[in-house]
Design a protein around this ligand. Structure first.
Ligand SMILES: [Fe+2]
Length: 285
């Protein structure tokens, strides 16, 4: 059950990801929730984006006029869709998405304030590989980016392509080099670490590919309060290869440090922590 606080624009719910799944997100930088939004909501979203559905905002931001509303609705950042109750309940607060976000971002998850419309006329060539201009590299996770696909988005419609494990440092990749296509069925929500190397994939089909992009925010310190696996072993967990494991381990163990300021756990041996070893280094949780 998702509890939604409209005034604070936050939600809370039970976490649904396990140790292994959180570590997998830390290592790869993305997570696909395939087809989690219902068909009726997907159709409403498509109709809204195509201008075939009248707006019915559940509330109006303070100070907005009708002209402001129409200008925003018609822009490439149509945040008015986040005022629609069906969109809030079934997409922004989607149960599967909320549980994953609660696992990655902690209690009282901050909800999106800006949405970008990425609608592409297909066929189209692939974009160049890039990190978004406002990305932040570091072993913390303060926000998670979401892509919502309201229609079936197979490889032919050019879903976003990601390069797993490239969210820790600036990385270059040639156009001909391939990554992982986040091909997804209608109603899929794909989460990314916002810094991951990515591009719009090449499309060969004819039509419009719709996708909405927005970020959720952390409001609480990182704590390992997702689903703890009894058998999970910090010693043998897979943190990635050379050039990756140290960042992944910092990110994951930063969570597991139970809210301590990251970095402060090092050298706390003897103060109740548990000594662990990762990637040739030793630390405490
Ligand atoms: Fe981008």
């Amino acid at each position: 059950m998702v509890q939604y606080d409209r005034e604070k624009w936050t939600f809370d719910c039970e976490p649904t990801l396990s140790d292994s799944q959180v570590l997998d997100f830390c290592r790869t930088g993305y997570l696909v929730l395939d087809g989690v939004v219902d068909a009726a909501t997907n159709q409403k979203a498509l109709d809204y984006l195509n201008g075939d559905r009248a707006a019915n905002p559940s509330f109006m931001p303070e100070g907005w006029t009708e002209a402001d509303f129409e200008r925003v609705r018609g822009s490439h950042e149509p945040g008015t869709i986040m005022l629609e109750e069906w969109y809030i309940q079934n997409v922004l607060l989607n149960g599967a998405a909320a549980g994953a976000l609660r696992s990655l971002l902690g209690k009282s998850v901050g909800m999106p304030v800006v949405v970008s419309k990425h609608s592409t006329a297909c066929p189209a060539p692939a974009q160049e590989w890039h990190h978004d201009a406002d990305c932040v590299f570091g072993p913390e996770l303060y926000f998670v980016e979401a892509f919502y696909y309201p229609q079936d988005t197979p490889a032919e419609l050019g879903p976003t392509e990601v390069a797993p494990g490239t969210h820790y440092q600036r990385t270059q990749r040639e156009t001909h080099e391939e990554g992982v296509l986040t091909s997804a069925s209608a109603g899929s929500i794909v989460f990314h670490h916002q810094s991951i190397l990515h591009r719009r994939g090449a499309s060969t089909a004819t039509g419009t590919r719709h996708m909405l992009k927005y970020n959720y925010w952390r409001t609480a310190p990182p704590v390992r309060d997702w689903i703890v696996e009894d058998e999970f072993d910090f010693h043998t967990a897979h943190y990635g290869g050379h050039g990756q494991y140290q960042y992944c381990a910092h990110l994951f163990i930063g969570y597991a440090a139970r809210g301590r300021r990251f970095g402060s756990w090092a050298g706390r041996r003897g103060r109740g922590g548990r000594r662990i070893r990762y990637g040739g280094r030793t630390g405490m949780v």
